[in-house]
Write a protein of this length. Structure first.
Length: 218
């Protein structure tokens, strides 16, 4: 039953991503990096990502002129989506690296996943943030954009990984006698859930960063 549910969940997520990609090709975002962010969110948020994209993402398409009537909650949601997409990409890249190398830390692959995926998520998260900041502040230079990206994304990224890693620990130590492996569909369903929980733990951090003026509401 779990395998069937996993296939359904992954298929819905990938279909949601595909629908967003098709629409973005027709209506590209004003901020280029969001052309990548929205489809990634579709993978783990599924139909909810579709709803948020067409409700809030489309407002920022280059060839669609609509009044931006999003409230603060929606803008923080988009900022969190941006952060979460970078984390998700880093985590997704890290999984096969650990799997193919057989890397372990303290005798377990879980800690190897934690380490590898945190590093990659941080790199991709900063890159995503850089490409959101730099186009708006080119006169201040790339160095300024990198520093601002680190300042804006570090807390939200750590908050995301707390939610994600917490769920991974539950999967590894509690839910399964033998944890699923990356070559099993169940593993990626568990990762979908991990990304959703990471998003939820990252949202308050993004709210705080926006409130303090450290991060711009997107």
């Amino acid at each position: 039953m779990l395998v069937t549910v996993s296939w359904i969940a992954l298929s819905i997520g990938l279909l949601s991503s595909l629908i967003i990609v098709i629409d973005i090709i027709k209506h590209p975002q004003m901020m280029g990096v969001m052309n990548v962010v929205w489809p990634i969110n579709g993978w783990f948020f599924g139909p909810f990502a579709l709803w948020t994209y067409f409700k809030w993402g489309r407002l920022k398409a280059k060839n669609i002129e609509k009044e931006d009537d999003r409230g603060k909650s929606a803008k923080v949601f988009v900022s969190t989506s941006h952060c979460s997409a970078g984390c998700t990409l880093g985590d997704a890249v890290g999984v096969p690296i650990v799997a193919m190398t057989g890397l372990t830390i303290a005798g377990t692959t879980l800690f190897a996943h934690y380490t590898t995926e945190f590093i990659l998520a941080y790199i991709f998260g900063i890159l995503f943030q850089f490409y959101a900041i730099y186009p708006m502040h080119k006169k201040k230079g790339a160095g300024h954009a990198i520093k601002s990206a680190i300042k804006a994304d570090s807390l939200s990224l750590i908050a995301f990984e707390i939610g994600m890693f917490g769920w991974m620990a539950i999967v590894h130590f509690v839910l399964f006698t033998q944890p699923p492996h990356p070559d099993q569909i169940t593993y990626w369903f568990m990762m979908q859930i991990a990304m959703i929980l990471g998003f939820l733990t990252s949202y308050p951090a993004n709210w705080l960063l926006v409130k303090k003026g450290i991060k711009e509401a997107m």
